[in-house]
Design a protein around this ligand. Structure first.
Ligand SMILES: [Zn+2]
Length: 433
């Protein structure tokens, strides 16, 4: 099976019109399972490599059709003559967008559990949304590609962040997730952002510009010094959408911004950051310059109030009871040894002298092994001072740390029981009921 356009010649011979099309056309040779369907007479193929009687291809093809229909309803048009989803069951997770296809990688077990399946549907919707947003409506800098060097752009919050925002929304709008499940997905993005110290270090547009040297070369300190333009971009999408709906009392939304941008810039040239911001302000009918500057060019905390106010939402109350003691390290099990895998900025462990790759041997001279750190810390309270015996490259060292309290904020969105009729109406326009 090939995504290349067959341009005559022998059977199984394919010709690409140019180099860009060739490298944008993944090719699979083999005997995959193929599910065909059409949406408004445009043929779609769902190609599954490694189905092996485990993956439920009939179900995923049916749901893919629903997501394509939701995307077509969103944009009003399908931008291709045919479209192929290559679903590789490789026990890895990832996806890459192309003009007339996408390649997804997932686990063959992903149709077996609701959470894993919704995650796959979100990935599929994300990559499909790229057929419009990125492959045809793209940042100025991302085309024509210079294959010899990096192609820097500051607008990945639009290209990837808004695609992430709409990936989840399309799954909801296709009826494949409930409103609650949608709010859970958005809450996960917010929680991930708010627990990432790097959000206070790097502005979003700078993180996008550095994608070539940082985003795809993560190390143990990435969470401390960089921000994820997928997740923060999705959150900014939700905030921007809410601001536009508030300003227009539900008459307009971010959906309109995307469609106007597609109509105006969905061609060969691409858009600049300023052009996209201008469209948003025009659609909203309000000045959004200060919002964009704060959200994209500074490391200031985001203001969630418009999101809560627009839809009548609140963050779930923090849990009752005394907070647990907190060291602030993530660890891994290395054959039973307890190894520090990460230390977040502004935690008790940060600045204590502990370092990533240290093996924690004992706390207050009692042995701790892999899996034992959590239960051991339950023996302490916030404010207690502990002494850690660690091994660093086989040298034993002792470090002291004063335990803090586990952060309590839940960042879980839920409907506010006191929401007004107007807020409930806005929420229904956004994610249905
Ligand atoms: Zn993407």
């Amino acid at each position: 099976v090939s995504a290349l356009d067959e341009m005559g010649g022998e059977r199984d011979a394919f010709i690409a019109p140019d180099f860009d099309t060739l490298v944008d056309s993944p090719t699979v040779v083999g005997d995959p399972a193929i599910h065909d369907f059409s949406v408004v007479a445009v043929p779609h193929q769902h190609v599954i490599i490694g189905e092996a009687g485990v993956w439920d291809g009939a179900r995923s093809a049916r749901d893919m059709e629903r997501i394509v229909r939701a995307a077509r309803d969103f944009w009003g048009v399908l931008p291709y003559d045919r479209y192929t989803v290559f679903n590789l069951l490789t026990e890895a997770r990832g996806g890459l967008e192309h003009a007339t296809s996408t390649v997804l990688m997932t686990s063959r077990w992903s149709t077996r559990t609701d959470t894993a399946y919704r995650d796959w549907l979100g990935l599929l919707a994300h990559e499909l949304f790229h057929a419009w947003n990125v492959k045809r409506l793209r940042p100025l800098e991302l085309g024509p590609f210079d294959y010899e060097r990096e192609n820097h752009t500051r607008t990945l919050w639009i290209a990837e962040g808004l695609t992430e925002y709409y990936g989840d929304l399309l799954v909801r709008r296709a009826g494949l997730a409930t409103p609650d499940e949608y709010l859970t997905a958005l809450s996960t993005h917010i929680r991930e952002l708010q627990s990432r110290p790097g959000r206070l270090v790097v502005p979003l547009e700078s993180a996008a510009f550095d994608a070539w040297i940082k985003q795809y070369r993560p190390d143990e300190n990435s969470r401390n010094v960089s921000v994820d333009y997928y997740g923060k971009g999705a959150v900014i999408g939700a905030l921007l959408d809410a601001r536009i709906r508030l300003a227009t009392r539900g008459a307009r939304s971010l959906d309109d911004v995307m469609r106007v941008a597609y109509a105006r810039h969905g061609g060969d040239r691409g858009y600049t950051s300023a052009e996209f911001r201008t469209i948003a302000g025009t659609v909203a009918g309000i000045e959004l310059g200060a919002f964009f500057h704060h959200a994209l060019e500074t490391t200031g905390e985001l203001d969630y109030e418009p999101l809560l106010a627009c839809y009548g939402l609140r963050f779930r109350a923090e849990p009752d009871g005394a907070p647990a003691a907190w060291l602030g390290v993530t660890t891994r099990d290395d054959g039973g040894r307890l190894i520090i895998a990460g230390i977040a900025r502004d935690t008790p462990a940060y600045g204590s002298g502990l370092s990533v790759e240290d093996e924690i041997i004992a706390i207050d001279d009692f042995r701790v092994r892999a899996g034992g750190l959590g239960p051991r810390l339950e023996q302490y309270r916030p404010g207690d001072r502990i002494e850690l015996l660690i091994a660093r490259r086989d040298a034993l060292r002792r470090y002291a740390a004063t335990l803090g309290a586990v952060p309590r904020a839940t960042w879980t969105l839920e409907p506010d029981p006191g929401a007004t009729a107007e807020q409930i109406a806005r929420r229904r326009e956004w994610i249905g009921e």
